[in-house]
Design a protein around this ligand. Structure first.
Ligand code: CO
Length: 134
């Protein structure tokens, strides 16, 4: 059911510093910061030949990244995003298998303008999973 790894998201305490490190030290193609107020994050996308890296930094008071950075002050991997062809069919299958879908279960528009859902990390080996419809 899941397809390509769309991106690995890393929460970072200093977005400018992390973006400069990927651009200058690692020599990657790094985009400009984008505010995503609906998700409480500012993101920087890094294009790699086979996937993307998404640097996440808190935006606003209710950001889901704030608590993560409080627990992981140096930053850390926040989630993995897998592509699916039909996000509602994927959701229904996962719920039937007993997996918990976060929020109200309805797909929201993600950072790439496509429908996304998140799956509870306790159901997936401690790893928060994002599904993005292609
Ligand atoms: Co993501």
């Amino acid at each position: 059911m899941i397809g390509r790894l769309n991106h690995v998201a890393i929460a970072v305490p200093d977005l400018a510093r992390a973006a400069a490190q990927y651009r200058d030290t690692l020599g990657a193609s790094v985009g400009d910061p984008q505010d995503e107020p609906d998700h409480g994050v500012t993101v920087v996308f890094i294009d790699l030949p086979n996937t993307k890296i998404e640097l996440l930094h808190p935006l606003g008071d209710a950001s889901p990244i704030t608590a993560f950075l409080a627990k992981n002050p140096a930053g850390g991997i926040h989630h993995l995003c897998y592509e699916v062809a039909d996000i509602r069919a994927a959701r229904d299958r996962l719920k039937a298998e007993g997996a918990r879908v976060l929020g109200d279960g309805e797909p929201k528009t993600g950072a790439h303008g496509k429908p996304v859902l998140f799956l509870h990390p306790k159901d997936f080996n401690g790893c928060l999973i994002e599904l993005e419809e292609q």
